[in-house]
Design a protein around this ligand. Structure first.
Ligand code: HEM
Length: 215
């Protein structure tokens, strides 16, 4: 369809779709990578983890980070949920594997909404607003070791985030026309697997470090 015959509703949808996918990569995806990297300081003990994950140079820096992360997260969630209920898998046109990835992308999105809801409340808002201090290393490590549901939720939640983000980078690159040839597609597929393993490795390594520290 030519640009001239595009209706205002169609171009509005197109822009929303582009914005929804862009926000997921920048700042959300990049921030997630940094957040997981910072959490690896759990291997260096309480004070290293505390300063890497929960301390900010200035209260304003904390506020700005929260806005830069939570606002795009809310917008991406609204955009994503609206797509889950309108989109359909296409078994006639695409391979079984492509359809499976498409379905897991949507299922993982629902899991992430639940995981992040619990995570943001328990690790950030409850300690800060109710207990009047940031999440303490001893508390999260103790929960990870002694409270099995917390451990399972973190293991599965971070698995969902790793898949959703890695596969999301791949669909983002295709949606934005960044890959045009078969060779580029193959490279993108390998990069997606690598990113998935890196994200999952960082997440599960942190969970392990907290679990051991919580003994
Ligand atoms: C082992 C894994 C993880 C641990 C131990 C962890 C720990 C934490 C802690 C302690 C906070 C509170 C920080 C503060 O109060 O300043 C936090 C905030 C947050 N976490 Fe995680 N996290 C993990 C994985 C993830 C993943 C995979 C995501 C996915 C996007 C995520 C998203 C968030 C978000 C959005 C916030 C709120 C950030 C803000 O507004 O400043 N976390 N995390």
């Amino acid at each position: 369809m030519s640009a001239a015959s595009t209706t205002p509703a169609e171009s509005g949808n197109f822009l929303r779709s582009r914005l929804g996918s862009l926000l997921a990569i920048m700042p959300l995806g990049v921030w997630t990578l940094v957040h997981l990297w910072n959490n690896l300081s759990a291997f260096q003990g309480a004070s290293a983890w505390q300063s890497a994950v929960t301390e900010h140079a200035h209260p304003l820096a904390q506020l700005i980070t929260s806005i830069l992360v939570l606002l795009p997260l809310a917008l991406h969630t609204i955009w994503g949920l609206s797509r889950i209920f309108t989109a359909r898998a296409n078994v006639q046109r695409y391979t079984f594997f492509a359809n499976l990835k498409y379905i897991i992308q949507r299922l993982s999105a629902i899991g992430i909404v639940l995981f992040l809801g619990a995570h943001i409340w328990l690790a950030m808002l409850h300690p800060r607003l109710v207990e009047h201090h940031a999440e303490a290393f001893g508390d999260i490590a103790g929960q990870m070791h002694h409270h099995m549901p917390t451990l399972i939720v973190y293991i599965l939640g971070t698995l969902g985030v790793s898949y959703h983000l890695a596969n999301g980078v791949s669909t983002f690159a295709m949606g934005w026309g960044l890959v045009g040839t078969r060779r580029a597609l193959k490279k993108l597929e390998l990069a997606t697997y690598a990113l998935f393993i890196v994200l999952l490795g960082m997440s599960w390594a942190t969970i392990y470090a907290l679990y051991v520290a919580g003994r």
